[in-house]
Structure formats: structure tokens, C-alpha cells
Ligand binder design. Sequence first.
Ligand code: GTP
Length: 383
Amino acid sequence: MVQLFKFLLKSTKAPARSHFRPTFLDTLRLAVRGGHGGNGLPKYGGVGGQGGCVYFVAKEGLTLRKVVQSLKDKRVVASSGEDSSKASIFGRRGVDQRIEVPVGVQVYDERQKLIADLNENDAQCIVAGGGVGGCTGTNFIGRPGENRIVNLDLKLIADVGLVGFPNAGKSTLLKAVSNAKPKIAAYPFTTIRPQIGTIEYKDLRSITVADLPGLIEGAHANFGMGHKFLKHIERTRLMVFMVDIFGFQLSPRHPHRDCLANIYALNRELELYDPSLLEKPSVLLLNKMDKEGAHEILTKVKPIIDDLASGLEQCPEELRPKQVLKFESVVPISAMNSTKVVQVKSQLRRTLIRLAEKQFVVDSEEVKEKLQQRVGVVGPKVT
Ligand SMILES: Nc1nc2c(ncn2[C@@H]2O[C@H](COP(=O)(O)OP(=O)(O)OP(=O)(O)O)[C@@H](O)[C@H]2O)c(=O)[nH]1
């Protein structure tokens, strides 16, 4: 009877909607413990083996969800060192536990102190050291391994980060330029988790684009889970702001923000979250240019966009940033128009190439000075 009751209850429960299933994980809390040190053998002055350590190793193509699935109870314990014995005076070391984590993971301790930033493939760190083996110094008793809770925080690594308020057309663009298949709809917050797409070029070069869920005013203070999305911008090489040329209104209760106000608001959100983000190279895409009246708006706003500081006075006070963004380029587009989309693709690539070249520009005077310092006054003359 009880079984029947349970079955009936189960069958009436609505299945979770796949759209809301949290498939994207970007934080994870794990308990890690190094192995216990083995005991020494006092009679022979033996030394116990050291306990194994817990390592995190960054691997491309992994997700935090896969990490969770591969672990039991979100706990990782390395094995203990062996005791020393008559046959083996030095006990064998405990076996290390190497846990593979996605590239881009930052590891924090319980006090939110950064332990490691694993932002390259094969980068590794010890998160829990093994206990030392028993020896004369420890009265031949092995010591326990390090035992701690660590928090993993994944920040996506992509060449380009698409940033904007909801409904601007970010997912439409990502779908048009890359292999990603994001959900697109005419209501805000269609994208609820970051998506990464790869843009492939004819010469087989590719760049990665992260579509971040729409921000809202107050994102810097974590409104609308702003921090969860803004943190991913930190690791992108180029920020691409996307704004609806007709502006955006979150709901009838919120004021309508025109295109300029949207740009200032995005600028301000970034500034309040982390002012150093304003130094990052950025491109502005003005979307929905296919709609009637778009070109008239563009003619009006373009001079101000080219010099954002000049329009600060007209900007509503609550959106006014202290420091304005300087865009590498401003491109009017329609994410629904394939010709424009192709132009965006090449524009993004050109900008990334230019940025890479800028990074490697060598200041010859500086190099000369450094060389001179290295060879010293008696060395050959540096010309
Ligand atoms: N007319 C026109 N409509 C567009 C264009 N780009 C996107 N849209 C429409 O705008 C709506 C929102 O597009 P999305 O791509 O979902 O916008 P989003 O910025 O990803 O929105 P969130 O997921 O809420 O962040 C959809 O109905 C799109 O069809 C465009 O270039 N022209």
C-alpha cells in the first residue's frame, strides 16, 4: 500500500523543466584532505612515509559538472604514508590524488584567500599537503595531513565576451557567427547561463565568444546575479558591448532607457564592479539597424558615442559613470542580416589581431637600456 502511495505521488510530480536545470556550474565547494603520515619504527630509527597530497590539475575541455560527477560526496582524501618496518626502514609515501579541473578555475580557501589560479592547461597546485611521516622529531608518530574546504570558482576563458542588457540580440549574434545554439526569444533573460561558441574562419583559425546573460542596472551590486556574469568578463581579451539602437525597458515599472543611456549604464556597471575593466579593449555593436527609424537614431547618437565624455551632462545622474569607455570601433549591425554578421566576424578578428600585435610591440629604447644594464659598463657597446 505504502509503495503504491509512493508511486502515485511520484507520478503526479511535474518533471523539472530542462531550461531551468542548473547544467552550468561555475562554483564548487570541495573538502580535501592530505594523507596521514606513516609511523616511524623507534627501534631502528625508522621514518614513516609522508601522506599523499591532493593536487588540482587544469585540463581543457572539462566542466565543473564533470568534476562533481567523478567525485563521491565532494570529498577528496589522499592515502596515508606507510609505517616504517623492519624490512623497510623508510615507509613508502602515500599515493597522491590528482583531481582534474577545468582550465580557468581559481581555488580559494575558506576565508576566500586565493590559493591558485589555474588558467593554463596542465597548470597544477597542491590544495592539501600530506602529513609528515613519524621520525625522531615527531616522536615517531606520523602527522595528519592538511584538511580544508576549498572553493573552486570558474571564470570562462574566451577571446570575446558579449555584454549587454537583456534582449539586445547577443544570442542571435552568437548563433549567427558561431557553432553555438543558444535559446533566442523576444523576452528578457532568455539566456540564463553563459554560453561559449567558436567562430571558425575559412583559414581554419577560430576565436571563442562567450555570450553572457543580460545584465540589469545594479548588476555591480549583484542584482540579477550580476557578479556571477560580470566575473566572466575579466578573462576575455575583448569586450563586445551590444546595445539595442531603440533602447531597452526592463519592465513597465522601470524607465525606458534609450541607446545612449544603455551605453552609459553598462559603462557604470562595469566601473562600479571593477574599474580596471574599463581599460580592457572593447567594441560597441549597435543592433537592430534593420528596423524602421534606426538610421535616424544612429545619426543623432553617433557623435556622442564617439566621444562619450561630451554627452555625460545629458546622461541621467543615476547612470553617469566617472570614467567613460573608449571603444576600438563602433559598428551598427543587424544580428539578423547575414552580410552584417560576416562583417562583424571579420571586424572581431581584425581587432583581436591588432590587440595581439600591440601587446608585442617592443619599445626599442627600453630594450636597449635593459641590455646595457645586463652587459654592464665594461661589456660590448649596445647600439
Ligand atoms: N529586428 C531585429 N530583431 C532582432 C535582432 N537581433 C535580435 N533580435 C530579436 O531580439 C530578441 C532578443 O534577442 P536575443 O538574441 O534573445 O537577445 P539577448 O541579448 O540574447 O537576450 P537575453 O538572453 O535576455 O540576454 C529576439 O526576439 C530576436 O529575434 C536584429 O538584428 N533585428
